[in-house]
Write a protein that binds this ligand. Structure first.
Ligand code: PLZ
Length: 447
């Protein structure tokens, strides 16, 4: 079916109606074979990807502004990832690290210990998904502190397992009908500068006074937060918010967990988003961008916390699988070789410039925000802060028809987020932003 597809070239090229006939056929098979519970943001099927392009089964080339939700930061099928995986898969596919070790696992842990914020002694453990990393970070924090309460935040997202659904703020589609959720989870308000106009310190003071009053600091095992809320709509907290929370955690023996599953690995123009705020989390969870598309996740943190767990308390059959580790080493090496941290900054500058110009020209864009190659616009009914989710959906569909793949986000479904591969060419990036600009202007007039 995909054998007569064109070669992958770094060019946008829409050759059929979207979705094309082959995708339409596959969508029908999907409906008959895949649970309806698995959503489909775009009605297309992918055949190939690389650089800034995703080629679909109908031969349409889309500019990829999503990277599979911040995963293929080094691009799809990046050469060092492919090479590492091919070599490894031919040698050893699996032993279970707890049964017989292999050095790729150690290499990844050493890299995590080196690259995550802070130069204290660290340990890591590897898992399969972001949610699993978060679950394990909570296990470690409870084991270390001997406490149970966990503090999470409004607009936060941490996964779809029972514990991580409980930590996640948004009901639809993530939690609706799936309860009851794990106990001892407390949700505090965050800092959302567009909507609460408080300083970081003010927002933190409210959260802290509620933690003291409603839980009691000495019963809190962990505070978990994304340094930039990802699924929540790329909400960047006001300066000082995260610092005040880490200070409170340190003063009260609470484990501070930065969930960097979406923001980590060069995405924001730093190795980790915590670096921008100068905070040093006790534990960091990672996944997505770490392994160029192979399933791998990690928990990294202070040696005394990570080592507090009894032997055998952490693990899983596949966690840190050798092939996924080889992919991670290829992905991390690519980030270093191509200086993708700096490239993410440059991509951020380009996006910020073009999206800010767009915001100047239409009242439907309430804010441009984000850091580096993690940038978003929040869409509202002009002249108000009322979220416009319908407009957001229309824009996303229209962009796709014009050959630009964008993602939506936000607690109110009214955020367009942009997460291009960090290896995207600048001409392609600017072309995508031009199309996004035109589509937003056009669609916001439809209203
Ligand atoms: N923590 C901060 O962003 C995953 C979810 C997509 P998994 N975000 C994308 C969807 O609709 O399921 C995420 C995240 C943060 C944890 C997770 C969970 O990572 O690898 O999806 O389990």
């Amino acid at each position: 079916m995909t054998t007569d597809l064109p070669e992958l070239v770094q060019q946008r090229n829409v050759v059929t109606a979207i979705p094309g006939p082959v995708s339409v056929e596959l969508m029908a098979r999907r409906a008959a074979s895949v649970s309806a519970g698995v959503g489909a943001a775009h009605p297309i099927f992918a055949a190939r990807g690389g650089g800034g392009i995703l080629l679909d089964v109908d031969g349409n080339s889309f500019i990829d502004m999503g990277s599979g939700i911040a995963v293929t930061s080094v691009g799809n099928s990046a050469p060092l990832v492919v090479e590492g995986v091919q070599e490894q898969v031919a040698k050893l596919t699996h032993t279970c690290f707890m049964i017989a070790g292999y050095d790729g696992y150690l290499d990844v842990c050493e890299k995590l210990n080196e690259l995550t914020p802070g130069d204290h002694e660290k340990r890591s453990a590897l898992f399969n998904s972001g949610a699993e990393a978060v679950e394990n970070a909570i296990k470690v924090a409870r084991s270390y502190t001997g406490r149970t309460a966990i503090v999470a935040f409004e607009h936060g997202y941490h996964g779809r397992t029972n514990l991580t659904m409980g930590l996640t703020a948004k009901a639809m589609p993530f939690k609706h009908g799936f309860g009851p959720f794990a106990s001892e989870i407390y949700r505090m308000s965050t800092s959302y500068p567009l909507r609460d106009s408080r300083s970081g310190e003010q927002a933190a003071a409210e959260a802290i006074s509620r933690m003291d009053a409603e839980i009691g600091a000495s019963d809190i095992a962990a505070i978990i937060i994304e340094p930039i809320m990802g699924e929540g709509g790329f909400v960047v907290p006001a300066p000082g918010f995260l610092r005040a929370l880490t200070d409170y955690a340190t003063a009260n023996g609470i484990v501070f967990i930065a969930d960097e599953v979406q923001t980590g690995f060069a995405r924001t123009g730093a190795w980790f988003a915590s670096d921008h705020e100068g905070i040093v989390p006790d534990l960091v969870t990672t996944a997505k961008g770490i392994a160029g598309g192979m399933p791998l996740a990690g928990v990294t943190g202070r040696a005394e916390i990570m080592d507090a767990v009894h032997v055998g308390g952490l693990g899983g059959t596949y966690g840190g699988n050798p092939v996924a580790c080889a992919a991670a080493l290829g992905s991390i090496q690519t980030m270093i070789d191509l200086d993708l941290v700096d490239r993410a900054k440059q991509i951020g500058d380009v996006m910020n410039r073009q999206l800010s110009a767009l915001a100047e020209s239409t009242q439907a864009v309430a804010e441009v925000r984000g850091r580096g190659a993690l940038m978003a616009i929040e869409l509202v009914k002009p002249g108000t802060l009322e979220p416009d989710a319908a407009l957001t959906k229309r824009i996303s569909a229209a962009c796709l028809r014009e050959g630009v793949l964008v993602l939506t986000a936000g607690t109110y479904g009214n955020v367009l987020r942009f997460l291009p591969p960090l290896v995207i060419g600048f001409a392609l990036l600017e072309e995508a932003l031009d199309i996004i600009t035109d589509v937003v202007k056009r669609e916001s007039l439809v209203g």
